[in-house]
Design a protein around this ligand. Structure first.
Ligand SMILES: [Zn+2]
Length: 307
């Protein structure tokens, strides 16, 4: 078994918008931190390739895909919805972000490795079936989960999302697919407040009050997620790894610290060792304070690549 995968691409930096929190420096900060700590050297570093059109269609209709690529501006920045922008290079960055997760998933399923971290942007978990949303163009993790489900050995997957924002897009895409358990912890009443359905048995929402501490967060995750994941018995686990629930993040009001990300990742690793033969694909979502983002991502990756 080879080393855990770290997959990224420098052209993910070409999706660039002035004074926007979802900025290229986020990705650079994460990669620099992984490098400075020595963790990067312990991983098999891969360059992402672009997702194929057919793979994008696993989560989004053709009309929507075309509208995104047709929107890409030349030499300026445009808004495709109130929060999501595109620059020259955004289309390529989006294809590489989704392509990274697709490739990591295929390599894990091929048995090359058990763990992968996809350091990519734009993020994906707010992208709905046919609407860009919340800095997201295509739903990277949903596309990869659907690629995995095409493998006859994968009957059920779990998508575990600890970004501070609810994963409306991932829920939209899988709301009628009970093969996919979606667990989302998020700050209540915060953006985006869409597809927030508490009656769907394969969608588990864990809303957290503003100011929630790490210890309360851990209690909630243990009491609400563990049993649900154990009864779903996924063949593969995906993580939407957003780090904006950190106490220093400027976009939200939860009080997690680096060690909470290490804790939740270790819990997921234990579950993976029981149910998925250890296989986990983790994908970067949010996190907007460069210091807390990069330190939290390091804690996450260190726990992810441990046995
Ligand atoms: Zn977020």
């Amino acid at each position: 078994m080879s080393k855990a995968i770290l997959i990224t691409h420098p052209d993910c930096l070409k999706h660039e918008m002035e004074r926007h929190p979802e900025r290229p420096e986020r990705l650079t900060a994460v990669l620099n931190r992984l490098e400075a700590s020595g963790v990067k050297e312990e991983m098999n570093q891969l360059l992402a390739s672009e997702i194929t059109h057919e793979q994008l269609q696993l989560a989004h209709p053709e009309k929507y895909i075309k509208s995104i690529f047709d929107s890409e501006p030349v030499g300026k920045v445009i808004k495709v919805d109130p929060d999501t922008y595109m620059s020259e290079g955004s289309g390529r960055a989006a294809k590489l972000a989704a392509g990274a997760v697709a490739e990591a998933t295929m390599r894990v399923l091929d048995g090359e490795t058990k763990r992968a971290f996809c350091a990519v942007r734009p993020p994906g978990h707010h992208a709905e079936i046919a609407e860009s949303f919340g800095f997201c163009l295509f739903n990277n993790i949903a596309i990869a989960a659907n690629i995995a489900l095409q493998n006859p050995k994968v009957e059920r997957v779990a998508i575990l999302d600890f970004d501070v924002h609810h994963c409306n897009g991932t829920v939209d895409i899988f709301k009628n697919d009970p093969r996919v358990l979606v667990c989302s912890s998020f700050q209540e009443s915060l953006f985006p407040n869409r597809y927030l359905d508490f009656s769907n048995t394969h969608i588990l929402n864990t809303p957290l009050a503003k100011g929630t501490s790490g210890s309360h967060y851990r209690e909630r995750i243990e009491s609400e997620w563990l049993g649900k994941i154990q009864s779903h018995k996924p063949n593969l686990i995906f993580i939407s790894a957003g780090f904006d629930a950190h106490k220093d993040d400027p976009l939200a009001g939860l009080n997690l610290v680096e060690d909470d990300y290490r804790w939740v990742t270790s819990m997921i690793v234990d579950l993976a060792n029981t149910y998925t033969d250890g296989r986990i694909i983790s994908v970067l979502e949010g996190g907007y304070n460069l210091e807390s983002l990069s330190n939290s991502a390091l804690a996450h990756v260190e726990a992810l690549i441990s046995s």
